[in-house]
Design a protein around this ligand. Structure first.
Ligand code: NAG
Ligand code: NAG
Ligand code: NAG
Ligand code: NAG
Ligand code: NAG
Ligand code: NAG
Ligand code: NAG
Ligand code: NAG
Length: 605
C-alpha cells in the first residue's frame, strides 16, 4: 500500500516536473499547459480560486467552468504577455480594484455568466490594450461613472442579460474607440442617452428585450458614426417621436417585434443613407404613399408578420435602388405595381402568407414569376375560388389572360338625380358602383375638393354623400367618381338649396345638433331623403329650470343674511325667527311642505 502510493507520487511529480519544464518551467496544478500555443487551460477543473504558478509567457488562460468566487487585486500581474483571459461560467461575485493590473497585452476578457452585481470603479484599470469585453449574463445593476475609463482601445462591449437599471452619465467615458455595444435584456426603463453620447465612434448598437414605451426626441444624439441600430422585442414600444433619430446617419435600422401601429415616417425622414429598414412584427396596417421618398438609398424593406392590409400606390416612389420587399404573413389582398418606383429593379419579393386576390392587379407579379426571387416561398391565390391555393409558379402563360382579370368600375343606376331641398334639411346622395375588384367611391364637391368622411358634408362608409343642415352656398354640382384598378367612371349630381324665408323672433344659430330656431322643411323634391332637425333640446330645458331654481335659492339666502345682521345690530339676542316666503309658481313643489305653505321657524345662534 505505502510503496504503491510513494510510486504514484513519484510518477506524478515526475510528470508535473516534465510539464513544468515543457512550459517554460511552470504550469498550475490541475491545469493543462500547451507550450507551443502558450496556452494554459484550466477549464472545468473545480477550481475554487484562481490558481498560481503560471508561466510568465502565457498568451491565453482559460479558467471557465470552475467555482471561482472572487478575483483579487493584481491576481494576474505575472502575465504581461497574456492576450486572452476567460473567466466565464464561474461564480464570481467580487472583483477587487486593480484585479487586472499588469495585463497590458490583454485583448480579450470574458467574464460571462457569473454573479457580478457591482463593478467598482478601477476594476478594469490597466487594461489599455483590451479590444473585447464580455460582461453578459451577470446581475450588474448599474454602470458607475468612469467604470471603463482606461479602456481606450475597447472595440466591442457585450453587456447583455444583466439587471441594469441605470447607466450613469459618464459610465462610458473613455471608450473612444468602442464600435459595438450590446445591451440586450436589461431592466432599463429609458434610453441612456447621456451615457451613449460619449461613444462617438460607436457603429453598431443592439438593444433587445427592453420595456421602454417611447423613443423620445434626440434619444441617440451625438452618435454620428452609428450605422446599425437594432431595437427588437420591446413589447411596449408604441411611440417613436418625430425627432428621435435626429443626428443619426444609419445604413440599417431594425425596429421589430414592438407595438408600432404606423410606420414612423417623420423619424425616418433624415436617414438618407439608409439601405435596410426592418419593421417586422409590428401591428402596422398601412404603408402610405409618397412618405418614404426621402430614403433615396433604400434597398430593402421588411415588414413581415405585421397587420398590413394595404400598400398604397407610390409607397416606394422615389426609391431607385429598391430591390427587396419582404411583406410575408400580413393581410394584404394585393400589391399594385404603382407602389414601386420601378418594378424592373425589384429582385426579391416575399408576398406569401397573404390572402391574395388574383386579379389584374397582381398580373405584374405573376408575369415575373420566373424572374423574381420569392426566397423559396411562392405566393398563392386566396380568391377567386377558381384559383384558390394555386401558387404563382404553376400558372401557364396561356391561362393568364383569362385568370388575372378585372372588371372596370361602373356606376349603377345612372339616371340623372338632382336634389332640390330647403335650407336646414339633410340630403343623402347615393352612388353605388360595381366592378372587380370592388371600386372605391370618391366625391368631388362643387368647389372641386375631395369630400372627406368627417364634417357637415361627408362621405358615409357605403359611398353615400351626406349633406347635413344644407345651406344655400352648398348648392352646386357634386361628382361621384368610382374607380378600381381596371378603370373609373363618374356621375354628376346637382344640389339646389332654397332659402327659407324666416320669421325670426331672435337670431337663429347653427350647432352640431341643429338650428337653434325651429325650421320647417317641406317635403323635398327628389330621390334624396330628408331628416328633420328638432326645434330645441333637453339641455336647454335643464339649464332654464336650473336658473330659475338658483335665483329662488339666492333670494332666500339674502333674506337669511339680512335677518342675521338685523338681529345682531339690535344688541339683544333673538333666538328664533319666523320667515315667510311665497314660492314661485314654477317651483311650487319646492317650498310647499309645511301646513301653511310658505312659512318656517328657525333658531338663530
Ligand atoms: C429585472 O427584470 C427581471 C425580469 O423582468 C426581474 O426578474 C428582475 O427582478 C429585475 N431586476 C431588477 C433589479 O429590477
Ligand atoms: C399594444 O398597443 C395596443 C393598443 O395600441 C394595446 O392595447 C396593447 O396593450 C399594447 N401591447 C402591449 C404589450 O403594451
Ligand atoms: C453617412 O454615412 C455614409 C455611408 O455610411 C457616408 O458616406 C456619409 O459621408 C455619412 N454622412 C455624414 C454626414 O456623416
Ligand atoms: C423575410 O422575413 C422573414 C420573417 O422575418 C424571414 O424569415 C426571411 O428570412 C425574410 N426574407 C428575406 C429575404 O430577408
Ligand atoms: C348608406 O348608409 C346610410 C347610413 O348609414 C343609410 O341611411 C343609407 O340608406 C345607405 N345608402 C345606401 C345606398 O345603402
Ligand atoms: C380615370 O380613367 C382615365 C382613363 O380611363 C384616366 O385618365 C384618369 O386618370 C382616371 N382617373 C382617376 C381618378 O383614376
Ligand atoms: C311672419 O309670420 C306671420 C304669420 O305667422 C305672417 O303674417 C308674416 O307675414 C310673416 N312675416 C314675414 C316677414 O315673413
Ligand atoms: C316636387 O314634388 C311635387 C309634389 O310633392 C311634384 O308634383 C313635383 O313633380 C316634384 N318636382 C320635381 C322636380 O320632382
Amino acid at each position: 500500500m505505502f510503496v504503491e502510493s510513494v510510486v504514484r507520487w513519484l510518477l506524478w511529480s515526475f510528470l508535473l516536473q516534465f510539464e513544468l519544464e515543457v512550459f517554460a518551467g511552470s504550469c498550475p496544478l490541475r491545469c493543462v499547459c500547451r507550450s507551443e500555443a502558450k496556452e494554459v487551460i484550466c477549464s472545468g477543473k473545480h477550481l475554487n480560486s484562481v490558481p498560481e504558478g503560471f508561466s510568465s509567457d502565457a498568451r491565453r488562460l482559460d479558467l471557465s467552468y470552475n467555482k471561482i468566487k472572487t478575483v483579487g487585486r493584481r491576481q494576474f500581474h505575472s502575465l504581461p504577455q497574456l492576450q486572452e483571459l476567460d473567466l466565464s461560467d464561474n461564480s464570481i461575485s467580487m472583483i477587487e480594484v486593480e484585479a487586472f493590473q499588469g495585463l497590458q497585452s490583454l485583448r480579450t476578457l470574458r467574464i460571462k455568466n457569473n454573479r457580478l452585481k457591482i463593478i467598482p470603479v478601477g476594476v478594469f484599470s490597466g487594461l489599455s490594450s483590451l479590444r473585447f469585453l464580455d460582461l453578459s449574463q451577470n446581475e450588474i445593476l448599474v454602470f458607475l461613472d468612469y467604470t471603463f475609463k482606461e479602456m481606450v482601445n475597447l472595440q466591442k462591449l457585450e453587456a447583455s442579460e444583466n439587471d441594469l437599471v441605470f447607466i450613469s452619465q459618464r459610465a462610458f467615458f473613455g471608450l473612444q474607440n468602442l464600435q459595438e455595444l450590446n445591451l440586450d435584456r436589461s431592466n432599463l426603463t429609458s434610453i441612456p442617452t447621456e451615457a451613449l453620447s460619449q461613444l462617438q465612434n460607436l457603429a453598431r448598437l443592439r438593444m433587445l428585450r427592453l420595456t421602454i414605451s417611447t423613443l423620445p426626441n434626440n434619444a441617440f444624439r451625438r452618435l454620428h458614426r452609428l450605422r446599425s441600430l437594432q431595437i427588437m422585442n420591446w413589447p411596449t414600444l408604441e411611440t417613436i417621436a418625430g425627432n428621435s433619430l435626429n443626428g443619426l446617419n444609419l445604413t440599417s435600422l431594425v425596429i421589430s417585434s414592438c407595438n408600432l401601429s404606423t410606420v414612423p415616417y417623420s423619424a425616418l425622414r433624415n436617414l438618407v443613407y439608409l439601405k435596410i429598414l426592418d419593421l417586422s412584427y409590428n401591428p402596422i396596417t398601412v404603408i402610405q404613399g409618397n412618405l418614404l421618398g426621402d430614403l433615396i438609398r433604400l434597398q430593402e424593406f421588411h415588414l413581415a408578420g405585421g397587420s398590413l392590409i394595404r400598400i398604397e400606390p407610390a409607397a416606394f416612389r422615389g426609391l431607385p435602388y429598391f430591390r427587396m420587399l419582404n411583406v410575408t404573413s400580413n393581410q394584404l389582398t394585393t400589391l399594385e405595381e404603382s407602389a414601386f418606383h420601378s418594378v424592373g429593379n425589384l429582385q426579391i419579393l416575399r408576398l406569401d402568407g397573404n390572402p391574395l386576390a388574383c386579379d389584374c392587379r397582381l398580373l405584374w407579379v405573376v408575369r415575373r414569376r420566373l424572374r423574381l426571387n420569392f426566397d423559396g416561398h411562392q405566393p398563392s391565390c386566396t380568391s377567386p375560388d377558381a384559383v384558390r391555393r394555386r401558387v404563382f409558379r404553376e400558372f401557364s402563360e396561356k391561362e393568364l389572360p383569362k385568370l388575372f382579370t378585372c372588371r372596370p368600375a361602373r356606376i349603377m343606376d345612372r339616371k340623372p338625380r338632382d336634389a332640390r331641398v330647403e335650407e336646414g334639411s339633410t340630403v343623402l346622395l347615393s352612388c353605388k358602383a360595381e366592378g372587380d375588384p370592388s371600386p372605391s367611391i370618391t366625391w368631388i364637391s362643387s368647389h372641386k375638393n375631395v369630400v372627406t368622411s368627417t364634417g357637415r358634408i361627408r362621405v358615409l362608409a357605403n359611398g353615400t354623400l351626406e349633406v347635413r343642415f344644407a345651406q344655400v352656398q352648398d348648392s352646386g354640382t357634386y361628382q361621384c367618381l368610382a374607380s378600381n384598378a381596371a378603370g373609373n367612371e363618374s356621375l354628376s349630381f346637382g344640389l339646389y338649396v332654397k332659402e327659407v324665408p324666416r320669421n325670426r323672433t331672435g337670431p337663429s344659430f347653427y350647432t352640431e345638433e341643429g338650428w337653434g330656431e325651429p325650421s320647417n322643411p317641406k317635403a323635398a323634391n327628389s330621390s334624396a331623403q330628408i331628416a328633420k332637425p328638432y326645434p330645441f333640446d333637453a339641455k336647454t330645458l335643464i339649464i332654464a329650470t336650473t336658473m330659475g331654481f338658483l335665483s329662488f335659492l339666492s333670494s332666500v339666502a339674502i333674506c337669511f343674511v339680512f335677518m342675521f345682521f338685523w338681529s345682531q345690530s339690535k344688541g339683544q339676542i333673538k333666538h328664533t325667527a319666523t320667515i315667510d316666503f311665497v314660492p314661485r309658481s314654477s317651483m311650487g313643489g319646492g317650498g310647499g311642505d309645511g301646513g301653511d305653505g310658505g312659512r318656517f321657524t328657525m333658531k338663530l345662534i
